[in-house]
Design a protein around this ligand. Structure first.
Ligand SMILES: C[S@@+](CC[C@H](N)C(=O)[O-])C[C@H]1O[C@@H](n2cnc3c(N)ncnc32)[C@H](O)[C@@H]1O
Length: 339
């Protein structure tokens, strides 16, 4: 008997010892397949989906929350009626998207595992009973407002990747969320370059210039961010168990992402996007700032930004800012949304 069995939600998944082992196995598989593509399906049973959905997918949901919050903060949320969730798994991406965007009427759930689409359908129906759901990709003549793809790039071979790119080219908006690894972040960067002929970048970039991570001297760097887990990650016995059994630090939720919009009205090019986490030192912090000039480590002195300094170590607080730089020093740094 686990000590979280009597927690408030009676429908909550209560993993057994075998379940934790299976989750560890799945995690190993995800980590080892990253970038080496998975040609063999790995979902074995409905229980796999339940376990995944309560744990890994939930964490992915927190990343989607961060991405959607950033788009909202920057006034760049897409409008959508028809949405495609490519490689949907248990459907966490579409569930988070539908919760955040009013007006979605039709979701296409697509996955090479039919059983995954069934699980995603049931979960989405529970959340939004009126949605029209189709368990395959749209036909050539069907419009795609938003293409969602989440934690799938690393599993795609050349054919899968071509399929995803072709779908992207049919969509008005494309939202891709991936783990915050060097490889997948750079894969996303490559996709960004590839699609820039037809799309503008809504986020994370503040500009449409070539990605600064591809400039000389940045081979070991990558564009990634840290999402803030939901409060229960730090208060519930379930997540404590998850962390202990799987050796995952719940405080760290790295992700990379890309939000594109089909070319239209020019987007404002303004401010710097802070990457990764500020590095706090005595009386100053180092911030990796990205703008049209590329990616640069800048120094923000505490005496120049006293109030702001206290917020620097909170994930998701300082995303885009108007900045004035002298040499390496940020002499002005005003986060978007701050008065
Ligand atoms: C790690 S899971 C992510 C699931 C979900 N998108 C999420 O964020 O939780 C990757 C999913 O992509 C699916 N997948 C892998 N290759 C695919 C392909 N070529 N076409 C469609 N789905 C694929 C897998 O079956 C799996 O459900």
């Amino acid at each position: 008997m686990h000590d979280f069995e009597d927690e408030e939600d009676p429908a909550a998944v209560v993993p057994t010892g075998e379940d934790w082992d299976r989750l560890a196995e799945l995690r190993e598989l995800f980590l080892s397949s990253e970038g080496g593509f998975q040609t063999v399906g790995y979902w074995n049973s409905r229980r796999d989906f339940e376990l995944y959905d309560a744990t890994f997918a939930e964490r992915i949901g927190w990343k989607w929350d961060a991405v959607l919050a950033e788009l909202a903060q920057r006034g760049r949320l897409p409008a959508a009626t028809n949405v495609v969730d490519f490689g949907c798994g248990t459907g966490i991406a579409s569930r988070r998207f539908v919760a955040a965007i009013p007006g979605v009427k039709h979701v296409y759930l697509s996955d090479r595992s039919k059983q995954a689409t069934w699980f995603a359908r049931d979960a989405l129906k529970l959340q939004a009973p009126k949605l029209e759901l189709t368990l395959h990709l749209p036909r050539q003549e069907d419009p795609i407002d938003v293409l969602l793809a989440s934690h799938v790039l690393g599993e795609l071979d050349a054919e899968g990747r071509a399929e995803l790119t072709a779908l992207a080219r049919r969509a008005q908006f494309v939202l891709l969320v991936e783990p915050g690894s060097h490889l997948l972040s750079r894969t996303l960067g490559g996709l960004r370059e590839e699609l820039l002929d037809a799309f503008d970048v809504l986020a994370p970039c503040t500009h449409a210039a070539t990605c600064g991570m591809f400039a000389a001297g940045h081979d070991d760097d990558w564009c990634h961010f840290f999402a803030r887990p939901a409060p229960e990650a730090f208060t519930s016995a379930f997540w404590r168990h998850f962390s202990t059994r799987l050796g995952i630090d719940l405080r760290s939720l790295p992700y990379s992402f890309l939000a594109l919009r089909r070319k239209g009205e020019p987007l404002e090019t303004r401010g710097v996007r802070v990457l990764g986490r500020p590095r706090l030192l005595k009386g100053r912090a180092l911030l990796d700032c990205c703008d049209t000039t590329g990616v640069h480590a800048r120094t923000l002195f505490e005496r120049d930004a006293k109030k702001l300094f206290k917020r620097l170590d909170r994930s998701g607080e300082l995303l885009v800012a108007d900045a004035r730089v002298e040499g390496e020093r940020l002499v002005e740094f005003r986060p978007l949304g701050d008065a």
